[in-house]
Design a protein around this ligand. Sequence first.
Ligand SMILES: Nc1ncnc2c1ncn2[C@@H]1O[C@H](COP(=O)(O)OP(=O)(O)OP(=O)(O)O)[C@@H](O)[C@H]1O
Length: 271
Amino acid sequence: MAAASRLDLAGLTVGYGARRIIDGLDLGGILASSVTALVGPNAAGKTTLLRAMAGLIPSRGSIRLDGRELSGLDPAGYAREVAYMPQTLPPRVSLSVFEATLSALQSTPSAQDTDPKQKSLDVLRRLGIADLAMRGLDELSGGQRQLAGLAQCLVRQPRVLLLDEPTSALDIRHQLTVMKLAGDVARERGIVVVVVLHDIALAARWCDRIVVLSQGHIVSDGTPAQAITPAMLAGVYGVEARVERCSHGFVQVMVDAVRDGSARDDSARAG
Ligand SMILES: Nc1ncnc2c1ncn2[C@@H]1O[C@H](COP(=O)(O)OP(=O)(O)OP(=O)(O)O)[C@@H](O)[C@H]1O
């Protein structure tokens, strides 16, 4: 697998039927070897954007990896470059965790090497779920399933890894494990990693860049300190919040109150 260096979106337009959710979005220089967080209120369009980036829903505009247009690739070609972990994993899959991981590896020939079984086990070990290898996916808890889904993405060794709320079902220890691993993998493999998160503190602690999406538009973009401000939190989420730094220098957010009696929800515009 060759390392990537950057992903660029230009004029990206995505919708459902006649309804546009993302309209002419430009998001340039999503750099490899770093983790970019996509945050924003419910229904802001984060999943829609991620699924378009993964080639799973049609879009107009351009998605370029190191200058090469991805949208022209066939599904197999796209899947070789980009792995996407959905918010909700498919139900009733009668495979063990190990079989599902191995099958994800085998479905991506470019990721195969001399010992796919060992490689699958290595990924499970790295995620701390080797003990679940022989358990059926259907028998797992929500958090265990989320980790198993992540294993299936990681084992494929994509050049772009897109994770939609990968920590939503995880306890605080596993949240840290997964976010640290996302950064480690980004740097070790030189890949682009984009993570949708609702937990702004987690994004600020573990991500290099934060892109804030509201109503399908980018309203803030930069390092955690640049992107997360009281004004952004008030304007985008409708909350009174303080933004401070802990003794380690990481951005901390303390939410004190809802500003106008009702939290901002982009779904209010949904119609
Ligand atoms: N399959 C679909 N068909 C029609 N509309 C959809 C579909 N999926 C999402 N939408 C609409 O697109 C808008 C954006 O949804 P999306 O799931 O991208 O938001 P999100 O930012 O990921 O939200 P959340 O944080 O709640 O997961 C919403 O108004 C939603 O109702």
